[in-house]
Design a protein around this ligand. Sequence first.
Ligand SMILES: NC(=O)c1ccc[n+]([C@@H]2O[C@H](COP(=O)([O-])OP(=O)(O)OC[C@H]3O[C@@H](n4cnc5c(N)ncnc54)[C@H](O)[C@@H]3O)[C@@H](O)[C@H]2O)c1
Ligand SMILES: [Fe+2]
Length: 429
Amino acid sequence: MISESMRNTVRAKGLGALMKGAGLVTRFIPIPQPTLLVGPGSSARLGQAIAGFGHRKILIVTDSIISKLGLLKGLTDALTAGGAHFVVFDEITADAPIPLIQKGIDFYGEHDCDAIVAFGGGSSMDASKAIAVAVSNPKPLNQLAGYLKGLRAPVKIYAVPTTAGTGSEVTVAAVISDPVNHKKLVIVDPRMVPKMAALDPELMTGLPPHITAATGIDALTHAIEAFVGNWTTSYSDGMALSAVGLIFENLRTAYTDGKNLEAREKMSLASTYAGFAFTRANVGYVHAIAHQFGGLYHTPHGLANAIMLPFVLKYSHSAIVGRLALLAVAARVGTPGEDDEVLAQKFLDAVDQLNHDLGIPTFLAALKESDIPALAKAACHEAHTGYPVPRYMSQQECEDLIRKALPPKVAPAKPAPTKAAPAKKGKKA
Ligand SMILES: NC(=O)c1ccc[n+]([C@@H]2O[C@H](COP(=O)([O-])OP(=O)(O)OC[C@H]3O[C@@H](n4cnc5c(N)ncnc54)[C@H](O)[C@@H]3O)[C@@H](O)[C@H]2O)c1
Ligand SMILES: [Fe+2]
């Protein structure tokens, strides 16, 4: 009789071979890269450039917070000065829900647009990418999820990220959410990569610390998962290591001193570099699990990653010691020449310490024991059908790992001590 552990070994070997094969193929798929404008005021410079491209009408896609904060002004003033016509759709909310993307698609058509500026965090950027694919390929959005499901090329996109996290300004992916089925869906198409992107640190100085923290760890997770997976290339390695160095050097400053333009700019670069790394080398179990938390509990993506990253790295440790050692050197928490095991442990400790310094909790408050089997099943399915993970996880192992993120049990309140009846004074009856 074949035991469950033998079955898992066979599955792990089969999956490893399959993913290695897929990696060999994907490394030859050309991925376009946007022209990058970097530095304070670059969103206005992007506006100047786009105004000269002769678009009929540009749709700017963003969320209402960004719109109310006045962050669009540099871009829109430059578009107006250059004589370009544009309309603003600012109704996107967290995780780009399908009904709002549909509204954006209708808005695009009503205004006869021919290009999109994706302006915001990953939610606005990914909604923009989904709109761009769907207007060229009119199909229900959930039928566009997956690899290259649209026949025709998406309309032109330009991007202005306002968080330093997702790297969506350079990636082939758009993550959207299906609120009916509580699922996140991924659309993958290299033609969705924006033509130009502006990394403007001035737009990020008002980003609240907890969002700076979570999005910064999202970027770190992209870099790490790309670096420890099985699809690495020398290009993705270079990008991932640069991103890790910049994040360890600048994320704490961006968190505690949000107005520090240098730290903000370096975090934007780190996020973009990590995007370059993972759009080539992909992600792993941290993302596979985080997407399930996002779909079911609406946990912000960066926070979900931040909570799971230490657990997944510790699980994968034995398979990636050498890689963790290199990450320790890139993060400057160890020096070349130290023993790999020592360096690897230093990197794991440094990730724990970074999370702690950024106020990231060690558990997910919304997580319920009864949800864990289904969460693990969906996460394993996502990982095993697309991610080149360095160490295979069985359903049981994934459940055990997710269980580590359960909130601590609150001890039941002790019953109040019953007061002894005061002795009656006076004569006994
Ligand atoms: N396409 C990709 O390659 C990719 C990669 C990783 C994550 N994602 C997806 O991106 C989404 C998350 O994006 P996110 O983490 O950037 O968050 P987000 O876009 O949801 O924004 C988070 C919050 O920050 C606010 N905000 C954004 N920029 C601001 C600024 N400059 N100042 C003040 N407030 C600001 C937003 O209004 C929002 O309330 C998730 O759906 C995730 O799955 C996509
Ligand atoms: Fe991510």
